[in-house]
Design a protein around this ligand. Structure first.
Ligand code: PLP
Length: 460
C-alpha cells in the first residue's frame, strides 16, 4: 500500500495541490487507501501502483470539491418544485442580489436623513401599491408569517377556523401545529367538506378573538362541499368585531385565471374584500426569493413590526433585494409574465415547447442515437409548490429509451452529470419535461443525456 506522503510527491498530485486545498487532496488519498485496504481485506487484489491509486483518488477529489448546493436542470415539469429550490429568479432579481451582496448596502440606513432606517421600508411601498394594502411586512417565509400573525394577534386567545382548512402543507408542516406553537387556541368549526356561515357565527357568538381562513392551496375537496364566500366572512368578522386573517399560501399578484390557469385568487382581491391581514409566500407563484409576505391594515401590521420575535424571523439583504427587483417587474403585467421565470414557464405555449423538444430530440439522436432512442412525448406539467394541485399544463417532453441498461439506471446517471439532470421514469422510458428546462440549459441537457446514456450503457 503506498504511503500518503509518497503519493503527495506524485507528479499529478503535486499539480492538484496548486488547484485544490491540501486538506482535500490528503483526505482524498486517505479515503482511497482506506477503500483499497477494505478490498484487500475482502481477499481482492486491486492495483496498488501509485498511478492506479492516484487515478482513483482524483475521482474522489473531484466529488469532494463539487459545491454541495448547486445548480440542477429541472426536467420534472413541476414549475415550483420545493425540493429543487422553488422559484428561479428573474435576471433583474439576480442582478439586485449580486449588487448588495458584493458591497455594503443601505439595508437599515436612511440615505436621506443619514440616520438609522428600517429594512422593511424598501419593499413596503411596492407591496402596498401592488396589493392595495395599507401596510406590509416581510419575514423569512410564509410559515414564519403565519406563526407571527397568530402569535401577535391571538396568543392565549381563540381563533375560529374551519375543519376543512386544517391542512398539512408538506414537510409535515401543519397549520394546526403552527397555530398551537404560536399559543393560539383553535376553535374548529364545520366539517371537512362543509362549513356554513352559521358554524362560524355560533363560534364567534361564544367568544372568539380572530377569524382565520386558510386557502386550500395544495389540495381540493370536490363534490358535496360548501365554504362561505370571502365577503360573508368579512361581514361576520365586522359584526363580531374581530380581525380577519387569511393565509393565502401562494398568493398571486397577477390574475392567472385570465390566462386560463387555475383558480388562484389574487392578493388584491382579498385586500379589497376587506380582509385585515393576508399572508403568502415570496417563492411560490410570486416567483421571487424565499419570504413570507404580510399585507394588511396599518393597525395590525404595526403591531407585527413591533413584536419582539419579528427580529428572529427577519429577512436578510439578499432576500430583500431579490424580492424588491421582482416586485418592480409586477408594475407592468406583460413584463412580469415575460421576465419572471416561474410565470414564463407557466404560460409558455405548448406549441413552442414542442418545437424545442423536436429540435432537442434531433440533436440527441444525432449525438447519442447509439445509446438511446429519443422521441417527443405529449405530457402534462404541473405548477407545484403547493399551488393549484389539480391544474395540469399541457407540455412536451423527451422520452428516452435506453438501448441497453434500464431506465432506472439512466435516470440515476442523469443525476450524476454536471449539472445534474432531474427527470422521472414512466413506462420504461425516462421522461424529461421541457417546460421547466430553460432554453439556456438546452445544450447542457443534450450533453448530459449523451454522457449519462453512454455511461449507463457501458456499465451494463
Ligand atoms: C406553502 C404554504 C405555507 C408555507 O409557506 P412557506 O413559504 O413554504 O413557508 C403556509 N400556508 C399555506 C396555505 C401554504 O400553501
Amino acid at each position: 500500500m503506498p504511503a500518503v506522503h509518497k503519493l503527495l510527491e506524485h507528479e499529478d498530485v503535486r499539480e492538484w495541490q496548486k488547484q485544490y486545498a491540501r486538506l482535500d487532496v490528503v483526505a482524498s488519498l486517505q479515503e482511497t487507501l482506506e477503500a483499497l485496504r477494505d478490498q484487500v481485506r475482502e481477499g481482492l487484489s486491486p492495483d496498488l501502483s501509485e498511478d492506479a491509486v492516484t487515478k482513483l483518488a482524483k475521482e474522489r477529489l473531484r466529488v469532494r470539491t463539487i459545491m454541495r448546493v448547486r445548480h440542477v436542470i429541472n426536467a420534472t415539469g413541476t414549475v415550483l418544485h420545493t425540493n429543487l429550490g422553488r422559484a428561479p429568479l428573474a435576471e433583474e432579481a439576480i442582478a439586485a442580489v449580486a449588487d448588495v451582496a458584493r458591497g455594503y448596502s443601505n439595508l437599515e440606513f436612511d440615505l436621506e436623513t443619514g440616520e438609522r432606517g428600517e429594512r422593511y421600508t424598501h419593499v413596503e411601498g411596492l407591496l402596498c401599491e401592488l396589493t392595495g394594502a395599507e401596510a406590509a411586512l416581510v419575514v423569512n417565509n410564509n410559515a414564519a408569517a403565519v406563526w407571527l400573525v397568530l402569535h401577535e394577534l391571538a396568543k392565549d386567545r381563540r381563533v375560529v377556523i374551519s375543519r376543512g382548512e386544517l391542512v398539512e402543507i408538506g414537510g409535515s408542516f401543519r397549520i394546526s401545529e403552527v397555530m398551537r406553537a404560536s399559543g393560539a387556541h383553535l376553535v374548529e368549526v364545520g366539517t371537512t367538506n362543509k362549513t356554513h356561515e352559521r358554524d362560524y357565527e355560533q363560534a364567534l357568538a361564544e367568544g372568539a378573538d380572530l377569524l382565520m381562513r386558510v386557502h386550500a392551496s395544495n389540495f381540493r375537496i370536490v363534490g358535496f362541499t360548501y365554504h362561505p364566500p370571502l365577503t360573508a366572512l368579512v361581514d361576520l368578522a365586522r359584526e363580531f368585531q374581530v380581525p380577519f386573517y387569511e393565509d393565502l399560501g401562494s398568493g398571486s399578484l397577477v390574475d392567472l385565471r385570465e390566462l386560463g390557469i387555475g383558480d388562484e385568487p389574487t392578493v388584491r382581491a382579498s385586500i379589497e374584500a376587506g380582509v385585515d391581514v393576508v399572508t403568502f409566500s415570496g417563492d411560490k407563484l410570486l416567483g421571487a426569493t424565499q419570504a413570507g409576505i404580510i399585507c394588511g391594515k396599518r393597525e395590525f401590521i404595526g403591531r407585527l413590526k413591533k413584536n419582539q420575535l419579528a427580529r428572529a424571523l427577519r429577512v436578510d439583504k439578499l432576500t430583500l433585494a431579490g424580492l424588491e427587483a421582482t416586485l418592480r417587474l409586477y408594475r407592468d403585467q406583460e413584463q412580469a409574465l415575460e421576465k419572471i421565470p416561474a410565470l414564463r414557464m407557466l404560460t409558455i405555449p405548448v406549441a413552442d415547447l414542442r418545437t424545442r423538444a423536436e429540435q432537442l430530440a434531433r440533436e440527441i439522436t444525432l449525438c447519442a442515437g447509439g445509446y438511446v432512442r429519443c422521441r417527443v412525448l405529449e405530457t402534462t406539467a404541473q405548477v407545484g409548490g403547493g399551488a393549484l394541485p389539480t391544474e395540469r399544463l399541457a407540455s412536451s417532453a423527451l422520452a428516452l429509451y435506453p438501448m441497453s441498461g434500464s431506465p432506472d439506471k439512466l435516470v440515476t446517471a442523469l443525476r450524476e452529470e454536471t449539472p445534474p439532470i432531474v427527470a422521472r421514469v414512466a413506462r420504461e422510458e425516462v421522461i424529461c419535461d421541457v417546460r421547466t428546462v430553460f432554453p439556456w440549459e438546452d445544450e447542457a441537457l443534450v450533453q448530459g443525456i449523451r454522457g449519462a446514456a453512454a455511461r449507463s450503457a457501458q456499465s451494463d
